[in-house]
Design a protein around this ligand. Structure first.
Ligand code: KIV
Length: 268
């Protein structure tokens, strides 16, 4: 029997869904934080393309490249022992067709990911099929898909009206039928997320999709209270780390300027 102290694999996801055990996922982009989260016992670590905003200072995820994702996936993989590691496929790494998508998904696995995640529903069905046919596990991502920011006219909750709600149900089904082992539901009404979760046999991981998904994911800088540029309603800050970090750096600057650091105990 698998316990949550064993190495987590793709086989745990259907078991958790069956048993109704909630799945805990968090983003990480480097070895240091991946190690901390791994040791804290999360089930899964996502090297998200949110890297663009929260690490690289970009305005959105569209400028994130495969080189960025390979580099950061490798770093996160070196810090992860137990959690299941998923890497996002960035914009233009899969949209141009299944052949390129397979090659790019493979590069992320070579960097240390155990699965890739890609945005889209029915439009990416064939791509998901092609990647999973190569034995690369795929997580889907439906609803508010940040790489479609310009089509959506901004980061808006999706599926509030019946027609789009039905489209999202169909998208989630299509992703499952194409072979995805799990799907992220982002920025959709809680009732719709609950319906999709009940309809699917694969686990749903929610972000801004209410409490009735099979698991939850948050961006680490949001959860830790480190990122202030953008604060969506669905974010709960489980820490307020910006202030202690600032305080520590201010104290350091004051001691350097005041000549009290380094002291004798820090000198050779
Ligand atoms: O890029 C990311 O961090 C994500 C999660 C927010 C789901 O896709």
């Amino acid at each position: 029997m698998t316990t949550r102290s064993d190495k987590i694999t793709i086989l745990d996801f259907p078991r958790w869904k069956e048993k109704g055990e909630r799945i805990v996922m968090i983003t990480a982009y480097d070895a240091l934080f991946a190690r901390i989260f791994d040791e804290a016992g999360v089930d899964s670590i996502l090297v998200g393309d949110s890297l663009g905003q929260v690490v690289l200072g970009l305005p959105n995820t569209l400028g994130v490249t495969m080189e960025d994702m390979v580099r950061h996936t490798g770093a996160a993989a070196r810090g992860t022992k137990r959690a299941f590691l998923i890497a996002d496929m960035p914009f233009l790494s899969f949209q141009a067709g299944p052949y390129e998508a397979v090659r790019n998904a493979g590069r992320l696995l070579q960097a240390g990911a155990e699965s890739v995640k890609l945005e889209g529903g029915r439009a990416v069905e064939e791509t998901i099929r092609a990647i999973t046919r190569c034995d690369i596990p795929v997580m889907g991502h439906v609803g508010l898909t940040p790489q479609s920011v310009h089509r959506m006219g901004g980061y808006r909750v999706q599926g509030r009206d019946t027609a789009i709600g039905q489209r999202l149900r169909d998208d989630a089904r299509a992703v499952q039928e194409a072979g995805a082992f799990s799907v992220v539901l982002e920025g959709i009404p809680a009732d719709l997320a609950a319906e999709i979760t009940a309809d699917l046999s694969i686990p749903t991981i929610g972000i801004g999709a209410g409490p009735r998904c099979d698991g939850q994911v948050l961006v680490m800088q949001d959860l830790l209270g480190l990122f202030e540029e953008f604060r969506p309603k669905f974010v709960k800050r489980f820490g307020e780390l910006k202030k202690p970090v600032e305080d520590a750096v201010r104290a350091y600057a004051a001691e350097v300027r005041g000549g009290t650091f380094p002291g004798k105990e820090h000198s050779f």
